[in-house]
Design a protein around this ligand. Structure first.
Ligand SMILES: *Cc1c(COP(=O)(O)O)cnc(C)c1O
Length: 399
């Protein structure tokens, strides 16, 4: 019983499932989810142990691949996402890597959108080809490029939407149709949207991955990741891969993330409300030359956003006039927002992608993705919205 098996449709609203979903109480009837900080499990008899290993006796074997606290986290995420099954991993990158590698073999081909989180791009562009899985990178907004990139051996399609850091939003339904025409599995990294504002499985994707490090923890404490999909995909691909290779989520981290899920909805709702206010204030500032926020009507992909997202989430991208010197002056003048490379945190965080998350890319590749030397990514936190906006404006005034 290492994770949720087929779930009935959720009986409660997501807000309620986030608090109660997946809870399994021990014989002590604890209120809060128990932390099963254990590597292994003991059996009543050698016969029971044999039956457990054969899969005939339900129960736990070894925390590399099954642990009750981790299982509660997986089950709660399944209820939130409307997925049949899930497996948690040590980090978001472990989830991304496992979702791809577990189903691929030499001779297969992968298509992905160019605009990817730096490490995701490494996996697709550098790592997979070393094992005989070439990849084609496309402009995710151009459906013709997706169509042209598909080959009979295209096994997986990978995309993030909204993308990091320029917040492009791609048509998950249309891309899934194109991918399915050659039998490819569609994997969506849904970190920026969060499970609250976009449901890739309902839009046609086959697999959703998260870095739980971001909004799901939301308080800067632990790393984690999760893969959600059909029971069949998990059983045929992900389960064996994780079980035998071991990028497991720690029970302690699962426990922290369960606590994070209880408040996910109110945190992200508040951050999104604040992000909308902050985006409007920034958009009017004369030292900002471009602002992208999925919650604004002037977003370049507003029509797709309307179709597939129910909220703008908490990340804003903008260009500061004056390139890198101005961007650095701005970052250094902030008193409240922290210079860091994380997002989804309770604390507002600013990132300069060109010198951090996207430093590895060639300047022309950054330019192609719309990342300039003046681009700043802002993750709006839980501080009072006017305090966040005031901090940003006073730092912009100093450029
Ligand atoms: C952070 C992030 C990841 C990687 O997650 P980790 O938990 O840091 O390994 C993957 N994809 C996106 C979009 C991210 O923001």
């Amino acid at each position: 019983m290492s994770a949720a098996s087929s779930n009935p449709p959720p009986a409660f609203h997501p807000e309620t499932e986030l608090v109660h979903g997946g809870t399994m109480r021990s014989q002590f009837g604890e209120t809060s989810e128990a932390l099963f900080l254990t590597q292994g499990f003991v059996y009543d008899s050698a016969e029971q142990c044999e039956a457990r290993f054969k899969g005939e006796d339900p129960g736990y074997l070894y925390s590399r691949f099954s642990n009750p606290t981790v299982a509660m986290f997986e089950k709660r995420m399944c209820l939130l996402e409307g997925a049949e099954a899930a497996r948690a991993t040590a980090s978001g990158m472990a989830a991304v890597t496992a979702s791809l590698v577990s189903q691929l073999k030499a001779g297969d081909h992968v298509v992905a959108a160019k605009a990817l989180f730096g490490s995701c791009r490494y996996v697709v562009e550098d790592l997979l080809p070393r094992f005989g899985v070439p990849s084609t990178l496309v402009d995710g907004a151009d459906l013709d490029q997706w169509r042209k990139a598909m080959k009979p051996n295209t096994k997986a399609v990978f995309l993030e939407s909204p993308t990091n850091p320029t917040l492009d939003v791609y048509d998950i339904g249309e891309i899934s149709k194109i991918a399915h025409s050659v039998g490819a599995t569609v994997i969506v990294d849904n970190v920026f949207a969060t499970p609250l504002f976009q449901s890739p499985l309902k839009l046609g994707a086959d697999v959703v991955v998260y870095s739980a490090t971001k909004h799901i923890d939301g308080q800067g404490r632990v790393l984690g990741g999760i893969i959600l999909s059909s029971e069949k995909f998990i059983q045929e691909n992900v389960h064996q891969f994780l079980r035998q290779t071991g990028p497991s989520m720690s029970p302690f981290n699962a426990w922290v993330l369960l606590k994070g899920l209880e408040t996910l909805h109110i945190r992200v709702a508040r951050q999104t409300e604040s992000a909308a206010k902050v985006a409007d204030v920034l958009a009017r500032h004369s030292n900002i030359t471009r602002l992208i926020y999925p919650g604004r009507a002037d977003h370049p992909h507003a029509a797709i956003i309307k179709k597939q997202m129910s909220g703008g989430s908490n990340i804003i991208a903008f260009d500061v006039a004056g390139g890198k010197p101005a961007a650095f002056k701005f970052l250094n003048a902030l008193r409240l927002a922290k210079i860091s490379n994380n997002l989804g945190d309770a604390k507002s965080i600013v990132t300069h992608p060109a010198t951090t998350t996207h430093q590895r890319l060639k300047p022309e590749d950054r330019a192609e993705l719309g990342i300039t030397d003046g681009t700043v990514r802002l993750s709006v936190g839980l501080e009072y919205a006017d305090d966040i906006a005031g901090d940003l404006v006073s730092a912009l005034d100093k450029i």
